[in-house]
Design a protein. Structure first.
Length: 499
């Protein structure tokens, strides 16, 4: 009888495109979410926590840049229903609002934070699970709602540590581009499906401006473009006159908002939807200017087209403008960390009635990465005070110390490993990045004292301190057991860890 092979051991690896987050990463994200939520709350938004799982039917065909309803999501069948992990926080909002609209205030202002999942090909820095932080206003068609979202986004970036000269929020409008398309003859208001393929190519071409430049986009608007490898991409097939109209749109950015609006108004003249879009941009510009947000923070920019197929009106994108080195050592700008806009058709899928809505989504992981690159996130998260164990039989004494410290709001833990080697206990405290270690052996217990070791000062002195400095600044003190709390607080204050 053949000997059965042992089942192979499972690989201790996460699935491709996923990662684990340890203490410092989680603490940094938690702090950022707290700061963001403070700004959102200040603006009057209320938090909503919806299910991480939705029906595929509820998610609908609103995942950007895909053609099939469940493309890009993690989906599975349960009885007769197809379920999926949410791919963003907006589609669940539409379902929640449609379900509870009679009980919710109108307009409904909500913010949401949490992980989302994309069933996409992973790559360097591109994960299938990541955090988003959204804020949306549902039920208001006023451009004041869009202006408020832009102002709030500006405040949020500055609140988390992005300097004013390190970001810009760019604002455009889908209606303006539709007007340009209409004037160029690739959009028929009476038959929106006509020229749909051409418009798709035009949108993708405009979106590649930063990669291909004006000449490359011009080629994509016309017959097509051949890249350096020889691969050919079919173009939209626009003639020269049509191409010039679209190119004019991409070069409409002026030195002032008034000049930009004038350029856009000239381009869309005769298109009702285009002129409406310019009017909306005018109103947003006036509102943010009146609130004190100049063009150094919020600016009109016709080149913003990302996600335009998803939105129905104004769109906005927050871009970090400082330079970084990519994986190949090349200098480039960090890029976008947030995007949003008006999506008046999303709730309509459930109710049959158009419900105006606008909102923003912040990519928390990208924003954290940016702050780390700028040195504005403290990577070192201090651990708890560690109470060493000198006598196994006196564990209750050590636990009592920990309880005393915790009651005072000080993080503390008793060493629960093998206490035989005292050096290992201090190594453990160092690995935990602990600020203080408490030592009470049998002699200390009999004398009613404890040893309190300043691990931060000790590490500093160990680097290059002289003998005189060691004596002048002792990193370990002896104190009566009854003074433990006061001495720990005093040492933490000296370390700058308490107010």
């Amino acid at each position: 009888m053949a000997k059965q092979k042992k089942a192979p051991k499972p690989k201790a690896l996460p699935p491709k495109g996923f990662r684990d987050y340890f203490g410092a990463d989680v603490s940094e994200r938690t702090e950022m979410l707290r700061q963001i939520s403070e700004v959102y709350h200040l603006y009057g938004f209320e938090q909503l926590e919806s299910s991480a799982v939705e029906t595929v039917e509820a998610l609908g065909k609103f995942l950007p840049d895909v053609d099939r309803p469940n493309e890009g999501v993690f989906a599975w069948q349960e009885d007769e229903d197809w379920l999926a992990l949410r791919y963003d926080l907006t589609a669940p909002l539409a379902r929640v609002y449609a379900q509870h609209r009679n009980d919710l205030p109108s307009p409904y202002r909500r913010f949401a934070m949490g992980p989302v999942w994309r069933n996409e090909k992973p790559g360097p820095g591109r994960f299938r699970q990541f955090y988003q932080c959204d804020a949306d206003t549902v039920g208001s068609a006023s451009m004041a709602a869009d202006a408020e979202i832009c102002a709030m986004l500006s405040d949020t970036l500055e609140r988390v540590g992005i300097a004013r000269d390190d970001y810009i929020i760019r604002v455009n409008n889908r209606k303006v581009l539709n007007g340009v398309m209409e004037v160029a003859g690739v959009l028929d208001p009476a038959d929106p499906e006509k020229f749909a393929a051409e418009r798709g190519i035009v949108l993708r071409a405009i979106d590649k401006l930063d990669r291909f430049g004006l000449q490359g986009v011009r080629q994509l608007l016309g017959a097509g473009r051949k890249d350096d490898s020889g691969d050919f991409t079919d173009g939209a097939g626009l003639d020269d006159a049509q191409t010039e109209i679209v190119m004019g749109f991409m070069q409409a950015l002026g030195a002032t908002p008034a000049e930009t609006l004038s350029n856009l108004r000239a381009l869309v003249q005769g298109s009702a939807i285009g002129e409406s879009g310019v009017d909306e941009l005018q109103e947003i510009s006036d509102l943010v200017t009146a609130q004190g947000y100049g063009t150094d923070r919020i600016m009109l920019d016709p080149s913003v087209v990302r996600g335009l197929g998803y939105y129905t009106g104004p769109v906005y994108e927050a871009e970090l403008t400082f330079e970084i080195k990519d994986e190949k050592g090349r200098t480039r700008q960090f890029g976008s960390v947030a995007g949003g806009g008006r999506y008046d058709d999303l709730v309509k899928r459930f109710t049959g009635q158009e419900v105006p809505a606008t909102g923003i989504s912040i990519g928390v992981d990208r924003l954290l990465a940016a702050l780390r690159m700028k040195g504005r996130v403290e990577r070192s998260v201090l651990g708890p005070v560690v109470i060493t164990v000198m006598d196994r039989d006196r564990m209750s004494d050590y636990q009592a110390m920990a309880t005393e410290l915790r009651t005072a709001g000080i993080r503390a833990e008793v060493y629960l490993g093998n206490p035989k080697n005292f050096g290992n206990q201090l190594k453990y405290a160092d690995n935990r990045n602990s600020p203080i270690a408490i030592i009470e052996g049998g002699e200390e217990k009999a004398a009613g004292i404890v040893q309190i070791k300043d691990l931060i000062l000790g590490a500093e002195l160990a680097k290059d301190a002289t003998l005189e400095e060691w004596k002048a600044r002792p990193s370990q003190i002896e104190a009566p057991r009854g003074d433990l709390m006061a001495q720990v607080k005093q040492m933490l204050a000296a370390q700058g860890l308490t107010e």
